[in-house]
Structure formats: C-alpha cells, structure tokens
Design a protein around this ligand. Structure first.
Ligand SMILES: Cc1cc2nc3c(=O)[nH]c(=O)nc-3n(C[C@H](O)[C@H](O)[C@H](O)COP(=O)(O)OP(=O)(O)OC[C@H]3O[C@@H](n4cnc5c(N)ncnc54)[C@H](O)[C@@H]3O)c2cc1C
Length: 230
C-alpha cells in the first residue's frame, strides 16, 4: 500500500505533524498506539522506519504521524522533503503497544515524539468513560517542544480523571510546571500503589530506565507496556 502526503504543519523546531491518506483504501482502522511502517528506495537501498499513528478517526482513509527530523538520519529527512501528493510505501497498522483490557488506573510516560501514540490512546480511554484515573507525564527539553500541548490541556479540562503533567529539563524563567526528568514525578505519583498499568514510550535510554525502576518497585512485566523508538 502507498501512503500519500496530504500536508504537514510545524509543531516545534524540526518536528512536524504529517497528514497522509492510504491510497486505494476507503478506511484506515487502527488500534490507538499502533504504528505504520514506511519505506522508500533511497539510492540502491530500501529504507524502512516505523512511525506511531497520532491521529485518525478510522472513518476515512486519513491518518497522521508526528515526525522528528533526526539530523544526519537516513529516512526522516526524506519524509520532511516529501511534497503533498508524493508518497511512500506503507505497511500496517501494526503493533501491540495498545490499551490493555480491562483498563486500569494508568500512568503514561513519554518523552519527545514518544507522546504521539499517547494522544489517541488517551482519547479512546477517556471516551470509554470507565472512570479510571489517567496521568500523562510528558518530558521534553524545552517548553516549546511540548507537542500537542493544547490537545492534552483540553482533554484534562474536559476529564477530571485525566491529569497532564509536562516536565521540562531546561525551563525558562516563569515556567509554572515541573522541571527535570520524568522519573521523579513518576515515583511520586506511584507512591505505594502497585496496581497501576504504566505505558512508556520514547527513546531506549528513558524507556529502559523507567522499566528498571518499576521492576525494582515490584511491578510485574505485564504492567509495564512499552515502545522503544531506537
Ligand atoms: C515502533 C516505533 C515507532 C516510532 N514512532 C516514531 C514517531 O512517531 N515519530 C518519530 O519521529 N520517530 C518514531 N520512531 C523512530 C523512527 O522509526 C526512526 O528511527 C527515526 O525517524 C530516525 O530514522 P532515521 O532514518 O532518520 O535515522 P537513523 O539514520 O536511523 O538514525 C537513528 C538515530 O536517530 C535517533 N532517533 C530515532 N528516533 C528518534 C526520535 N523520534 N527522536 C530523536 N531521535 C531519534 C536514534 O537514537 C539514533 O541515534 C519510531 C520507532 C519505532 C520502532
């Protein structure tokens, strides 16, 4: 299948929201949290990379991804250079980083573009109205990198059972929120609860660090649902 670019918009420096349609498909159903696998021939080589789906209603064939341009990366600069109407090969949706059934009180932990799958997962979880408590701890370096901030703030305003906790490692003076890495607020929120599910997504260093900490606290493997981007 081909994914054809409709357009893109900047979310933060070198991070864009890309909207595609799945060519030839009427609908694009997916489970929130899943990703697509995109590939192109670059020179002699076929390059394939995975991207989490950040948006898509499933009612038509459109979907969006949130893409970070990795300096000197092989594939992400190619996607940034695509023009509307141009496309890439696509497989998917694929992946098991999806909401667990039954849903429990949950903490979502994301850094950078790792927040992408959390947005549709949280929308679905909150729409189900089961009353579970959800907290998203979203770590970035600079406040301007708080991707989809408005969407998360709106979800928090509309749902008293959802807390949005952004944390910034290099805050500007006047930043009212949390400062530093994701681990300290995570430990604080967990407290002595061991009945939570924790969803973790981002680069390996953060994901592995969080998993290690949770295991030391006595969390079972099955309670730590994770996706590593590298
Ligand atoms: C299941 C899955 C879902 C993914 N979803 C997304 C997504 O929604 N958005 C996204 O931008 N990337 C996502 N990625 C990462 C993506 O597949 C590529 O690895 C990324 O675009 C870099 O590819 P590249 O060819 O440009 O860089 P490469 O030439 O492969 O260079 C890899 C370098 O890029 C770093 N890197 C990889 N991903 C990122 C990132 N997101 N931010 C900063 N540095 C990174 C790695 O640490 C490594 O140093 C996902 C990966 C997986 C496995």
């Amino acid at each position: 299948m081909r994914a054809i670019l409709i357009g893109s918009r900047e979310l933060a420096p070198d991070i864009r929201h890309f909207e595609f349609y799945a060519e030839g498909a009427e609908k694009f159903p997916y489970a929130p949290g899943q990703f697509v696998s995109l590939s192109s021939m670059l020179g002699e080589k076929k390059i394939t990379r995975a991207y989490s789906i950040v948006e898509g209603t499933g009612a038509d064939n459109r979907f969006a991804i949130c893409l970070n341009r990795v300096e000197d990366g092989l594939y992400s600069p190619h996607l940034f250079d695509l023009k509307p109407g141009e496309g890439v090969d696509m497989k998917g949706p694929i992946g098991t980083f999806v909401l667990r059934n039954p849903l429990k009180d949950s903490i979502m932990v994301a850094t950078g573009t790792g927040v992408a799958p959390m947005l549709p997962m949280l929308k679905l979880a909150l729409a189900q109205g089961g009353g579970q408590q959800f907290t998203l701890i979203f770590g970035v370096r600079y406040e301007r990198n708080l991707l989809y901030r408005e969407e998360f703030e709106q979800l928090a305003a509309a749902h008293p059972n959802f807390r949005f906790l952004p944390t910034v490692t290099r805050p500007e003076p006047g930043w009212p929120g949390l400062a530093g890495r994701v681990q300290p607020p995570l430990l604080e929120i967990i407290g002595d609860r061991r009945d939570l599910d924790v969803y973790v997504c981002g680069l390996k260093e953060m994901v592995d660090g969080v998993r290690e900490q949770l295991k030391e606290l006595g969390f079972d493997r099955k309670q730590i649902i994770h996706e590593k981007y590298d």
